[in-house]
Write a protein that binds this ligand. Structure first.
Ligand SMILES: [Zn+2]
Length: 393
């Protein structure tokens, strides 16, 4: 991290961000040209939307036309940075503090250890190639949950060499990093003609996918991916959406629309684009299993009872009576009570295990409204929430 603490007031001296997408000075020239021509392609596309209702619902747009969809993208993807971008190096500290609108953890699946019987090459394939990453949303998430640390900003140098600071105050910062896969030849739709519109549409669909990661709040912050379910090709890998309007749905719908709108795509290209949007749809999970949060309180209550019971049993076992010296009547009572307590413990264990079992949920639309935090110039607040008081539902 650069050690150049800047006063927040200095931000007002910096040039205002342009409304259109800005590109980093560090992007290789050919990548820059491709991305600019992709945006021109979008601008010149006469959008053919077959299912306007579905389109409108997912994008939150009343009219599905090119200017609206361009605006949708520009609000969510504002800065494109190169593969070498390193958020740790390109972050500066501001003198204020980030105040988030909530401190609710986003829905995240646990990272599972890779199964040992998975072949190495299969593991590598499943790890996937990063095509693009919404780093703006990621650094917001990091900053939001690093309590006690100051507000931060990302340093961005555009292609004209002008530097600006982007305060990290929302998943909507819109800073997207190009990954190794975005321009990888073997991942293009048309490998023979790299300038084909089909390739441009495929890359645009990725931008739209990343755009959705700039949305969401609280539990749905940044529309984080969940683990793919049992039996899925990406089983256990966080490459699926457990909602109906996440990045994979957005990417699929826009690519489907591009297939219908493309005027110079060949049948082969269209077929390949269809396979891509089917793959994207295939990562939208309609039902999924998860722990039922509603049971947490009851489980906590039962755990207390269980602990008491265990203590009771342990102490009874320690002072187990001597059958010879003790009154035989007492020996009976002791073992009867001990047996009773042990049965109760077994029943309690079973009851807790039942409540902890995952239940099936239907995927829903998540609230796409982005959370907007603020950077406040103030002394550290006394009543900042502690980790223990974080809400989970
Ligand atoms: Zn994603």
């Amino acid at each position: 991290m650069k050690k150049m603490t800047k006063a927040l007031s200095a931000l007002f001296m910096l040039p205002l961000a342009a409304s259109a997408m800005e590109f980093s000075a560090k992007l290789p020239e050919n990548q820059l040209q491709y991305m600019k021509s992709d945006l021109d392609l979008l601008q010149n596309t006469n959008l053919v939307v077959r299912d306007a209702e579905e389109f409108g619902k997912v994008f939150g747009l009343e009219n599905a036309n090119t200017p609206m969809i361009q605006k949708w993208l520009e609000e969510r993807v504002k800065y494109i940075v190169a593969e070498e971008f390193d958020y740790k190096k390109d972050t500066v500290e501001l003198s204020g503090r980030l105040i988030a609108p909530n401190y609710v953890f986003p829905q995240m699946d646990p990272v599972k250890p890779k199964p040992a019987d998975d072949k190495e090459e299969e593991q590598a394939a499943k790890k996937g190639i990063t095509v693009m990453a919404n780093m703006g949303a990621f650094v917001y998430l990091l900053n939001k949950f690093s309590f006690g640390s100051g507000a931060k900003a990302l340093v961005f140098e555009n292609e004209s060499g002008e530097e600006s600071l982007i305060p990290i105050d929302s998943p909507r910062i819109g800073l997207v990093q190009v990954g190794e896969g975005h321009f990888m030849e073997r991942l293009q739709i048309n490998k023979e003609n790299l300038d084909a519109s089909a390739n441009g549409y495929q890359r645009l669909a990725t931008l739209f996918h990343e755009g959705r990661h700039s949305d969401g709040n609280g539990k749905g912050l940044s529309f984080l991916h969940g683990n793919c379910p049992l039996g899925h090709y990406f089983e256990g890998v966080p490459a699926c959406d457990k909602n109906l309007n996440g990045p994979y749905t957005v990417g699929a719908i826009i690519l489907k629309t591009f297939v219908d709108s493309c005027e110079d795509c060949s049948d082969v290209e269209k077929e390949k684009m269809r396979l891509r949007f089917l793959d994207s749809y295939g990562r939208v999970v309609s039902t999924y299993e998860a722990f039922n949060e509603k049971n947490s309180q009851k489980i906590r209550m039962l755990e207390v009872r269980r602990q008491l019971l265990k203590t009771q049993i342990d102490s009874m076992k320690k002072r187990s009576p001597n059958p010879v010296l003790d009154n035989p009547m007492r020996v009976d009572a002791h073992s009867v009570f001990l047996k009773q307590y042990e049965t109760q413990l077994t029943d309690l264990d079973a009851e807790i295990a039942e409540l902890e079992k995952p239940v099936e949920f239907q995927s829903q639309d998540w609230d796409a409204e982005p959370e907007i935090g603020m950077i406040r110039e103030s002394e550290p607040a006394q009543n900042e929430p502690e980790a223990e008081t974080l809400e989970y539902d």
